[in-house]
Design a protein around this ligand. Structure first.
Ligand code: DQA
Length: 147
């Protein structure tokens, strides 16, 4: 099994940006944590960009490069981007939305997620461990689907 983990804008600033919301682990710590967690479970590729179009390209890449599913933290594009929603709908790959912070208890503008409509589930407010939960949701879903 082969999955793609995509991170959106400002997630490269983990460890520096607003530690009260996002903790002290760096993006590189997060990459290592995910790679280690996936060892023996699945193949994983990690992508990060601050640009919406790049994120669309990465999502489309899941189709063209035959990934089995996607875990995505779209960052602030969660709350603004119909392009990311359309991209996930286009590729028809199971996708789990993840947020490090608990977006449901934050500002009103964070209460909308466009991408959620195309996702099989959302993990929010579990810190960077949320990515591991999201990977488990995704792998279970793919396994159930192939039965
Ligand atoms: C975030 C939450 C978003 O509202 C915010 O814009 C981010 C990070 C999270 O991981 O908690 O950049 O997706």
């Amino acid at each position: 099994m082969k999955i793609l983990v995509i991170n959106g804008p400002n997630l490269n600033m983990l460890g520096i940006r607003e530690p009260e919301h996002y903790g002290r682990e760096t993006y590189s710590d997060l990459e290592n944590k995910i790679k280690k967690y996936c060892e023996g479970k699945c193949e994983v590729a990690l992508k990060q960009s601050n640009h919406e179009g790049d994120l669309v390209d990465y999502i489309q890449g899941a189709y063209f490069d035959n990934y089995d599913g996607i875990v995505i933290n779209p960052g602030a594009y969660t709350h603004t981007s119909i392009a990311l929603l359309d991209a996930v709908k286009s590729v028809q790959k199971p996708t789990v939305e993840v947020h490090i912070s608990d977006v449901s208890s934050r500002e009103d503008f964070r209460q909308i997620s466009y991408i959620r409509a195309a996702c099989i589930s959302t993990v929010s407010g579990k810190g960077t461990d949320g990515y591991l939960l999201a990977i488990d949701h995704l792998l279970n879903h793919i396994q159930e689907d192939s039965k």
